[in-house]
Design a protein around this ligand. Structure first.
Ligand code: GLV
Ligand code: MN
Ligand code: MN
Length: 400
């Protein structure tokens, strides 16, 4: 499976993946998913929100067990974030068939659309729409960096945007969703374990800071006469680091837009996107409030206008305790495996769906912890351990 998937959307310049929603690379990933489903005799469909499903058994029977993840990537992302969960889902089905397992519940394999939000700025668009956590009106307003809206991008890719919307009937047929994911930190590496079970996802969000100053000549404008939004932005980046350190949280400005973006022009606009996450809501509020306060002070001192817009937010997710305990019980029967329970600062479709259906996650060791980078990695024997653990879980939940 990897041999066919690895070249898709890979930049030869960076070695990273550029699989953005509703682009050619995304279409190739979707074609790969269909081929994998067909090779296994699974029925497959794309739902009203662009999520892909493959089914063993009839989902209309209800109480389905679903596994999978996403195939899209961040800009220059790694090979594993997302795809490991989808590849492992198909591989776990192969493993179960090899074991001669008999399914008593429908099994679904899912590829959620636009999990990373790299193109339209909002993460987990497919699962949010399905869960009703994103309204159709909000989805229609999503626009990429070239001014293309989500509906137009879907249309260009051959999909009907008029079908977008909540899908409670689909969710009602699912009894459990288990997402396997490469770990995006080093907890398993440090504890010496191959596999972990997720406890919770930190609350997290994205905020857009627009600093508007005055464009002017870089050579002739006296420093005292400038209204330079880059200075306010730079001070805000430093404030983000300070506030995050004080609260034991994280805060990142990883994306920036500058206008007019000329070497010899003081910018008229600097637009920076803040991603901030913390273990609890109070800490996150403290961090973001502190950053915004510092930004306003610096902007005022430089005669720069500032607008701050919260573009997305996901509250803390505590995964379903009964399902989590069930996973721990199933994997607890394995004498060769110790399976710690860990929290994460990364967002996932499983977190979005956890509001509506019982969800759980399995993590596979990442020896460096690096993620959202071409250097993201998981060793082959750990990936195999992940497939075996997922097969065990699916067998325990869905087979006799
Ligand atoms: C998704 O991977 C996120 O946590 O931003
Ligand atoms: Mn990711
Ligand atoms: Mn992911």
């Amino acid at each position: 499976m990897w041999a066919e998937l690895l070249p898709v959307g890979r930049s030869s310049a960076s070695g990273g993946y550029r699989r953005y929603a509703w682009t050619g690379a995304d279409a190739d990933c979707r074609a790969w998913f269909r081929e994998q489903a067909e090779a296994r005799g699974l029925a497959h469909e794309t739902d009203r929100n662009g999520n892909q499903w493959a089914w063993l058994g009839d989902p209309a029977a209800g109480n389905a067990v679903v596994t999978g993840s996403h195939l899209d990537s961040v800009p220059d992302g790694g090979a594993f974030d997302g795809p490991l969960g989808v590849v492992s889902a198909f591989a776990a089905l192969d493993e179960l068939r090899g074991r001669g397992a008999r399914f008593t519940r429908p099994l679904g394999i899912v590829n959620f659309g636009d999990e990373e939000g790299a193109r339209f700025g909002l993460a987990c668009v497919g699962s949010r729409l399905t869960a009703g956590a994103l309204t159709v009106e909000q989805a229609h307003r999503l626009t990429d960096g070239d001014g293309v809206t989500l509906p137009r991008a879907m249309e260009a890719a051959g999909y009907d945007p008029d079908t977008l919307g909540p899908d409670p009937e689909r969710l009602a047929r699912i009894g459990a969703f288990v997402e396997l994911h490469v770990e995006q930190g080093r907890a398993l590496d440090l504890s010496g374990d191959r596999i972990g079970i997720a406890s919770a996802i930190w609350p997290h969000g994205r905020w857009r800071f627009d600093f508007r100053g005055e464009a002017n000549h870089a050579g002739t404008t006296r420093l005292a006469d400038r209204h330079d939004p880059m200075l306010s932005y730079a001070e805000t980046v430093l404030a983000a680091r300070r506030e995050a350190e004080l609260a034991g949280a994280v805060a990142t400005f990883g994306k920036i837009g500058v206008e007019p973006n000329g070497v010899n022009a003081i910018p008229s606009l600097v637009r920076g996107w803040l991603d901030s996450r913390a273990a609890d809501q109070t800490s996150l509020d403290t961090v973001v409030t502190g950053i915004e306060k510092a930004a306003r002070e610096h902007a005022a001192a430089q005669g720069v206008d500032l607008d701050v817009v919260r573009e997305s937010f996901t509250p803390v997710v505590e995964f379903d305790h009964a399902l989590r305990d069930e996973l721990a019980r199933i994997l607890g029967t394995r004498t060769d495996l110790r399976v710690p329970v860990l929290g994460t600062g990364a967002g996932h479709d499983a977190g979005i769906l956890s509001d509506r259906i019982p969800t759980a996650m399995l993590f596979v060791r990442n020896p460096t912890g690096v993620s959202h980078s071409p250097a993201e990695y998981a060793a082959e024997d750990d990936c195999v351990a992940g497939v075996t653990a997922l097969a065990d879980v699916l067998e325990g939940l869905a087979c006799t």
